[in-house]
Design a protein around this ligand. Structure first.
Ligand code: AMP
Ligand code: GLY
Length: 425
């Protein structure tokens, strides 16, 4: 089977590696890929949102399966475009209707309301409804959670400590702080608890598989301080997400989500990312994403024992039948090295040196590229992640820190406390 994978992050590097291990994969192309994905397939210089160019590539290279790694093309309707122009192409990722679960937080909240899925109490407002919004804020307790309705590259959620600051930020958001994305703002109740990420692959017909559960570390600073990033590290499994918790997730969240999609006529074939929070032992949904998480994928794929190509083909065909998704009992941990200054402004094109082929870890490239003479350079904020296995999370983390410490580039930064909050003695 010939496969085209869209995206260029650590997530795509981890998916590419897993695909490359399948005997089912003949040719794997990654568009545009990065300095590490070339080890698993062929990078092609295509933009994931240039649908006509992707359709031409699919035709010219007899692609059987298109795997969409990131949300932008999904929200922009790549499945719908390909269904029209490339009928018969198998696609992993929902159409624009399903992708609205990530593309519109208002749609996602209303969907959860319709299907009884536990989530924070909320209301959505536009610039014409400032007074109503102020009144709703006054019914909530601090801190206050404001969310831009549309995509905002992971930056569209503000958490404000006081009512005055919430009212000020509300006005800024509705005034265009995130462009059109914040023309509508979701205000919601603050939930207190510890988060985890659950990934489900579904075939649109009620079949689904749950992948290994993970936890990511979003803030730039140790102890979860400072601004949000794309993610600074991840661990899997998550000790508090035990069998009892996961049974609640399945019954209260996964099944109603999948049945809700079917009931609403949304033929969802692809990954669903449930951003969950554990509130006193009960899972609640913070957000949906319509793709895998990054850096969670860097621990989820290494812990998936089963053939990913079989699974993705089954989902894309609409029949997961009895295709298994077995989990590796070992623990996995990943630590991300980022460029100094990230998530603000940072340098690019910095040469990378050190051990780029560690014996005990897997390196997943994120923001890297190879220059014309084969030198590895940084090309993004999140640069490279080291993933390792261990009998315990502590052992996996120790190996990952050793591997990431053996790589150098100017201004390299990483968090030293990945996994600490969930580890038990
Ligand atoms: P989101 O983009 O919706 O995942 O939000 C980004 C982050 O903001 C989440 O990972 C949470 O840490 C935090 N967050 C979002 N909504 C809430 C909420 N209702 N209560 C507490 N924290 C929240
Ligand atoms: N790690 C969170 C995300 O991928 O959105």
């Amino acid at each position: 089977m010939n496969i085209l994978l869209l995206g260029s992050g650590g997530r795509e590097c981890a998916i590419a590696r897993k695909i490359s291990q399948s005997p089912r994969a003949e040719h794997l192309y990654i568009a545009p890929g990065n300095g590490g994905t070339g080890a698993y397939g062929q990078n092609v210089a295509l933009s994931p949102t240039d649908f006509p160019a992707i359709a031409d590539f699919v035709k010219a290279n007899a692609i059987d399966l298109l795997v969409v790694g990131n949300e932008d093309p999904l929200v922009a309707g790549i499945r719908d475009y390909m269904a029209q122009h490339m009928p018969g192409l198998l696609i992993v990722g929902p159409g624009a209707d399903g992708a609205a679960l990530e593309g519109s937080k208002d749609f996602a909240k209303e969907f959860m309301g319709r299907h009884g899925i536990p989530t924070a109490r909320h209301k959505t407002f536009t610039a014409n409804e400032i007074e109503e919004a102020d009144a709703f804020l006054a019914t909530l307790a601090a801190p206050y959670v404001l969310k831009a309705d549309g995509l905002a590259a992971g930056k569209g959620v503000l958490i404000l400590p006081t009512l005055d600051e919430a009212r000020k930020s509300l006005r800024e958001m509705l005034g265009g702080m995130f462009g059109q994305s914040s023309a509508k703002v979701v205000i919601e109740e603050f939930l207190s608890g510890i988060e985890c990420s659950v990934f489900v692959l579904t075939d649109g017909h009620g079949g689904y598989r749950v992948l290994p559960v993970a936890k990511d570390y979003k803030r730039i600073g140790e102890g979860d301080t400072g601004p949000n990033t794309g993610g600074m590290g991840a661990v899997s499994p998550v000790p508090f997400a035990d069998a009892e918790f996961m049974a609640k997730v399945d019954e209260r969240i996964i099944r109603p989500t999948i049945q809700g999609l079917i009931a609403e006529g949304i033929d969802y074939r692809g990954f669903i990312f449930l951003g969950l929070i554990n509130v006193g032992g009960d899972p609640m949904v913070i957000e949906y994403n319509v793709r895998m998480g990054d850096p969670e994928t860097e621990v989820v794929m290494p812990r998936l024992l089963s053939d990913l190509v079989d699974l993705m083909e089954g989902a894309a065909k609409g029949d997961l039948a009895d295709i298994p998704a077995e989990h590796d009992p070992r623990c996995a941990a990943t630590v991300m090295a980022v460029s100094g200054g990230y998530p603000g402004s940072y340098g690019k094109g910095l040469p990378m040196t050190g051990d780029l082929n560690p014996a005990e870890s897997i390196l997943f490239h994120a923001g890297t590229k190879l220059d014309a003479d084969g030198t590895l350079l940084t090309s993004g904020g999140r640069v490279i992640a080291a993933t390792s296995y261990g009998a315990t999370l502590a052992e996996a983390l120790e190996k990952s820190y050793r591997a990431i410490d053996a790589i150098d580039f100017d201004g390299k930064y990483l968090r030293r406390d990945i996994g600490q909050d969930v580890m038990k003695n």
